[in-house]
Design a binder for this molecule. Sequence first.
Ligand SMILES: Nc1ncnc2c1ncn2[C@@H]1O[C@H](COP(=O)(O)OP(=O)(O)OP(=O)(O)O)[C@@H](O)[C@H]1O
Ligand SMILES: [Mg+2]
Length: 331
Amino acid sequence: MTAVDRIDLQVARGRAFALVGESGSGKSVTCASIAGLPPPGARVTHGEVRFDGIDLVRERPAALAALRGRRIGMVLQNAMTALNPLMTVGAQLAETFRQHRGVKGRAQLRRLSIEALEAVGISGAADRLGSYPFQFSGGMRQRVCIAIAIAAEPDLLLCDEPTTALDATVQLQILRLLRDLQRQRGMTVVFVTHDLHVARQFCDDVAVMYAGRIVEQGPIADVFAHPVHPYTEGLLRATPRLGVHHTRLLTMPGHATSGHTQMPGCRFAVRCGEAHDRCRASYPDWFGWEDEGVKRAAACWNVPRRLAVPVVSDDTSTLHPKMRGPRHAAA
Ligand SMILES: Nc1ncnc2c1ncn2[C@@H]1O[C@H](COP(=O)(O)OP(=O)(O)OP(=O)(O)O)[C@@H](O)[C@H]1O
Ligand SMILES: [Mg+2]
């Protein structure tokens, strides 16, 4: 059974990269697989994950574990399982500062741990250092996870729905904190979310997932302003915009197809108003193009028509000079 397939992502150093899509589209599996932690029973069967020249798929488990935590930080969707239930929050933070930043001395470890909790909006931080994870609320645990992940000052931070469980003000505070850190330290962030507003506020680039595959990718401002894949377009149309009075919210017909579903063609075809025989018969090529220097890509047979490129050919070599395809890479 395949959960995600043909994932081809390029996350540029120092950028915030959003992975968006409906529930079950494969965001968490993709994010965890990047870090070499696919869900239990799952494994990466094809392809590679390159991080600074290292193929994480083929890296030895011990070396990979060392990279995680030090150079690759993670904030998982389920915060409870990410924390050690038998250690106080203060001890877990201190351990991170000691191990990954070489900080010594109780007083300094304590000061840094308090600052780390304060930075994620935990009030009375000094008094909370001695608490165990079960003594925190779900949202607070999530914030502790973020504080620990950031404390190691990783080069790459993988965040799976890091703020979904939090209220709007704390969410904003944490997003700002992540954004500042990302800019100040040139940290690269992969940010998994189903909230398009959050993605737009916080990220530079986006990949849109549908049923276990990436359907569109590019700089987030461009993709959201001019979506090319019909799914991206539908997703944006179904999302209420702030400051806009909606008399009626548009919904997408049908339900999201599971990534497990075996079908030859485009998985979105059954919900797509523009699908034709070819869409149902074979999975679309991954078309890349440049729009005034901005690199975009989408997996849809209608891309040439939607971009008004005069091409009606099966042979992708005859596509518009700015377009290249196919660019599949199995993962
Ligand atoms: N351990 C597992 N074994 C088999 N299939 C799995 C496993 N974990 C996830 N899946 C499947 O992989 C697909 C993608 O799941 P994933 O958790 O990545 O979705 P998601 O996009 O993160 O959704 P959500 O927004 O709800 O978190 C689903 O069809 C799911 O059933
Ligand atoms: Mg998920």
